[in-house]
Design a protein around this ligand. Sequence first.
Ligand code: CAA
Length: 474
Amino acid sequence: MKKFDSKAKPAAQVVGIDDISVYVPRLYLPLVGEFSRQRGIDPGKLLKGIGIEKMAVADAHEDAATMAANALLDLMRRSGLRPEDIDKIYVGTESAPDEAKALGTYVIGMMEQVYGKGSFHECETVEFKAACIGTTFALESLCYWAAFQDRMEDGGAEGDLEREKAGVVIASDIARYPLSSSGEYTQGAGSVALLVKRDPRLLAIEQVWGAFSRDENDFFRPMGCATAVVNGKHSNQCYLDAVQGAFDSFAARAGRRGIIRPPEGCCVTDFMDRILFHIPYPRMIEYASAAIFRHDWKRSSKRKKSRQQEAVEAEIGDEPLAEEFRDTGELQAAEADYSRRFSRSRTFLQAFEAKVKDTALLSRQVGNIYTGSIYLGLASLMEAQKLMPGERLGFAAYGSGCSALFFSATVQPRAEEVAGLGLLQRLQERREVSLADYERLHEGKAERSILKPAGEFILAGVDGQGYRHYEYIE
Ligand code: CAA
């Protein structure tokens, strides 16, 4: 048993994501057809302008807790984990069914129906609320914990370290906006569970976290409201500002730590093989990557122009300069026009295709799952078989309100061991729901489930005090 030595410099540990499991409800609503006709929306807008084909719909017996438990059970079975292997379950959610009780306690209650009463009694669970970035803050916390776990040992028996414990981060959310609102077609539902430990098989997190926070009213849900208040266009801008702020913070910190130090004429994003963004709707990652690439290519060119900056300028001309315009109105118009041309430039589109596009594969079929959507992006890369050992991934997480975190991770040599989530197949086996059934579910007016539950946790009922009862159905 190692003893804590306050003077010793901590040894760097490789920590990160060992495995991942995704749960998506078995119902979906196609956005083109009855929905687009009834709402009077051009299908091209949904498919191209927003980027969504289908949205996952939670059945009457599902909520954020059942989805979290279903994802965790699958993760435990995939990874051969026993309850005593898990020290912490941190849950990121913004659609928890209780204002005080941690969602993870309901999850533990459900897991104990499968693994036995008391089997999780030594496991800590806490909920992280920070809109869509809650899960990423939970992941950051667990990574620090995993890195220093042995230094925090409280004197267990000799040999405890061989039975090192793991942590689990669960994202679970139902994204819900008012019917017929402009947020409606960006809804979705689902849960992602991540196994966090030392010597992970999938991704080693480099432990450089670039951060940005600012008080904003872009998206929030006051107490008692079932749907969010959204200032849509403003929320897009807050997302872009925050992600750019976190990227700059990451670039500075990664440079100081010697993890990414681009030589003159090179950019930070040159050192990333893929970039995963929070995906409120797939089109947003086009806006975000255009903003980040443009900023990075231009910024890195202060002394020597980057190859990409030269290519963009050859295609669409120089960036607009403030001194060339008479007033801010003219400058803003020129800036908007340049942004539009940048996002259509060959140089940008090649970078987007190579590094970002495949991360939205699943989101197009599922919609926004809030806190888990960036990790649905990771699952998308796994489904598309796009992860190669040694590659570096950049992650840009965003939460309304607002905060952003940018961090990086490298694909591990054993990543192939955790491939094969079979999600695309599972999504194909879902059942289409009619617009009327979807609306009843949305408004909480469905009297019974549309699909008969099987092999999953369900919400069995809510008692007179508001306590929720869950069951595992074989
Ligand atoms: N064919 C192709 N494209 C079309 C089209 C057609 N027939 N009609 C319109 N479009 C394009 C538009 O031109 C536009 O693209 P450009 O930006 O390139 O011009 C795109 O479709 C979107 O259309 P609108 O500008 O009309 O946008 P909208 O009114 O549908 O609103 C939204 C979009 C603001 C995202 C809205 O859906 C919304 O409020 N969603 C919820 C909030 C949200 O997701 N915000 C994202 C940032 S906040 C965040 O990330 C946290 C989170 O998870 C909520």
